[in-house]
Design a protein around this ligand. Structure first.
Ligand code: PMP
Ligand code: GLN
Length: 386
């Protein structure tokens, strides 16, 4: 038999799937894969169900239901003052598809793509599969500041685009206005595009505020903005995402979309359109309960003596587990042992690095009920008493 594609065959199963399988197998508390305990707003689930029973369940338009495209545009106008129209919005099957569409639509063989490490796990394999070349610029723990000089040095005449994920998974970093200004300046200077993965746009804590790169001068025509209903409405299984970009950028991206999924379930698109119609105060309030969950987990892990890294947004808190690890162990082996010996699932941070990863950092997901967080902390306390 002839071999399948060697690049993809060489990839393992994603760390999220691997660790969630392990959680099921060992009845462990799953603080690995990022999904909330919260079932999501009842009104949206009811609207989707009603649509399935009473609506038109055939192919929706390829670019998305007009009501959802309008709702996405309107939401950005209201929250960020972005002057976008529904014609500049494309609905996708989650941000995962949106990213693939952007990479397929914009990249050519040999193009270079700048990624900021730690980097979400789907970017690099897809970029490589398309014949493009990822170039990583590393943010340094524990504060995850952007090394602007290293970023500037990563650009070459072959650079086509930069991928910016803010708020950032897995670090929990929210890029500051000054950092975004530096990125915008480099994007302009080198005449490149930016694909902005903003799926955690509403999940920020305290004084941290999400600012879309697209709102900065000169960025409107160069930035592709990606959002996801999964994160905004705690409905990760729905896989409804949306892309906003100027027509010249959206056109090639839509060409990819038409061959990848063509469209997504109309019932879910209809319900997400209703959800995006909520007042700005609804979205501004989403961070607060999550911040409380982060505090609960942080207090518990802190009491166990685990050093914690800065986290201003997302679902995720990173800890340095060196004190719990064996000398010969890496983060992957440790996370597996944590499942077997403590019954708690986390994610090894090395999954988010292209090479030479840090070996003692692990990611905890805190978008969980208090009882889930407490159960995990109790198990960890039993295994690693102080
Ligand atoms: N980007 C980032 C940074 C993510 O964390 C995730 C996963 N939640 C996605 C994209 C994929 O989002 P979706 O579930 O909408 O495909
Ligand atoms: N984004 C989720 C996380 O970081 C995982 C999504 C997935 O499993 N594909 O945990």
């Amino acid at each position: 038999m002839k071999p399948a594609n060697p690049g993809l065959s060489a990839s393992g199963t994603t760390i999220f799937e691997a660790m969630s399988s392990l959680a099921r197998e060992h009845a462990a508390v799953n603080l690995g894969q990022g999904f909330p305990d919260d079932p999501g707003p009842l009104a949206l689930r009811q609207a989707a169900a009603d649509f399935v029973v009473h609506g038109h369940n055939q192919y929706p338009p390829m670019l998305g239901l007009p009501a959802l495209r309008e709702a996405v545009a309107d939401h950005q106008r209201r929250l960020y003052g972005l002057d976008v129209g529904a014609a500049e919005v494309l609905v996708t099957s989650g941000a995962t598809e949106a990213l693939l569409d952007c990479f397929m639509g914009l990249l050519d063989q040999g193009d270079e793509v700048i990624l900021l490490e730690p980097t979400y796990d789907t970017y690099a394999p897809v970029i490589r599969r398309l014949g493009a070349v990822p170039r990583a610029v590393r943010l340094t723990p524990p504060s995850w500041e952007l090394p602007v000089d290293a970023l500037a040095a990563a650009f070459s005449p072959r650079t086509k685009l930069l991928v910016l994920n803010t708020p950032m998974n897995p670090s929990g970093k929210v890029f500051t206005a000054a950092e975004l200004g530096a990125i915008a300046e480099l994007v302009l200077r080198h005449d490149v595009y930016a694909v902005c993965d903003e799926v955690y746009e509403h999940l920020t804590f305290g004084a941290a505020r999400h600012l879309p790169l697209m709102t900065l001068p000169g960025m409107r025509e160069r930035v592709v903005r990606i959002g996801s209903a999964g994160k905004t409405f705690s409905l990760t299984g729905w896989k409804i995402g949306y892309i906003t970009a100027a027509p010249a950028l959206l056109r090639p991206i839509a060409k990819a979309h038409q061959f990848v999924t063509f469209t997504s379930a109309p019932s879910l698109q209809h319900a997400v359109a209703l959800g995006l119609g909520n007042d700005a105060s609804y979205f501004r309030g989403l961070g607060e309960p999550l911040a409380r969950s982060r505090e609960r987990l942080a207090a518990g892990l802190g009491a166990l003596g685990l050093p914690l890294l800065t986290c201003d947004g997302t679902y995720f808190l990173v800890a340095d587990a060196a004190g719990w690890m064996r000398p010969d162990e890496d983060d992957v082996a440790f996370c597996r042992r944590l499942v077997l010996e403590a019954g708690v699932v986390t994610i090894p941070m090395s999954a988010f690095y292209l090479d030479a990863p840090p070996r003692t950092l692990i990611r905890f997901c805190f978008c969980k009920h208090d009882a889930t967080l407490d159960a995990a902390l109790e198990r960890l306390t039993r295994r690693f008493p102080r």
